[in-house]
Design a protein around this ligand. Sequence first.
Ligand code: PLP
Length: 405
Amino acid sequence: MTASGTRTPDRVALDELGEWQRALRAQFPIITGHPGLAYLDSAATAQKPRAVLDAVHDYLTTSNANAGRGTYPWANRTTDLVARGRDRIKRFLDDPAPERSAVHFTSGTTEGLRTLARDWLPRFLADGDEIVVPVADHRANIEPWLEARRLLAAQGVHVGVRPMPYQRDSGDYDHTALAELAGPRTRFVAVTHVHHVYGGDMNVHRIRRAVGDDAVICLDAAQSVGHLPVSVAGLDVDFVVFSGHKAMALPGTGAVWARQVRGPEFVPGGWSGTPNTVGVASLTAALDWLDAAGTDRIERWTAALAARLTDRLRHLDGYEILGCRTSLAADSPVQQRRGIVTFRHREISSGDLGFLLYSHGFMVRSDSHCQGSAGEQTDSVRVSLHVYNTADEIDRLLTVLASVG
Ligand code: PLP
């Protein structure tokens, strides 16, 4: 309750969605099987609901074969599975023109971005073109573009790299500064949907206006797919790259979605060999599960938990919360914080804090989070949430943090 007696939006969300959330949490065997532990590291990888575990078991015990090769029933079923997996991703992303777009399976976001940088970007860029690189985002969304530039330079094609401008206080992109630096030679812009350290929604819907109609926009959706609705009908981006394992599928899964409107067609190069068929089975089941659960409700739930944590943590002595400080509430018009809260203690190292938290059963990540060189210079503790997390876990975490503060 606030001083005026009204309930805060995050409190309303937690009350309204409580029953729904309890039913979903019960579907995660690893969570219910470890009542003394709290998994707060879903930005690294998400836990899997029983439906995904069952889909994996079903596939391996009824149809396991190679795809696109044999002609007997198990092989045909596997070939269909991979084709249906592509369609499922298009539907999950609310693709308005699925007959034109393409989906390529990868082992995760890193491999997806590298594939684009290796197989597509060099065909698109010409001498004197410029690319914008988000230098304070995840290194997976920085290194591949710099590598592509190096390889092109070795062939005599010189491409300029413009560091993405950021707003100092929030960690959001500076869309005004981006509009100023983008010119007619700005051909490719790499962006991130939700920042993996600051937890902020990066307002990527503003990028198109800043960079103009012709530039290709590539979206790293590692922290948004599976956590909130991602609609390519609404977002004017050309590529969406994500990790299936962060969206409740098996490790070693992910995909690149390509709109195929700007630039050459995206055709992954080389002979890719046997696909990760069981991974595709798990990803299809995970997307079914997420759609049934409702990504809009998952987004509301995790944002409410994050708001509960930030609202109280910022009043605890000794702690500094990273990212936007004026958007801590779930209803902030400034910048929405999703289910990630990262902080550090002014005197206790983040490594020590991570160990201490685990001694109380909390699994968090404490390091530099693979952030690019323009990011934080000091390690921090990241709490990242998913639908199986509860307000009680947040409250217990706050009690421990208060006791060391
Ligand atoms: N991009 C972002 C924003 C991430 O958070 C991560 C992983 O944490 C990655 C890329 C890399 O994902 P993966 O390790 O699944 O390739």
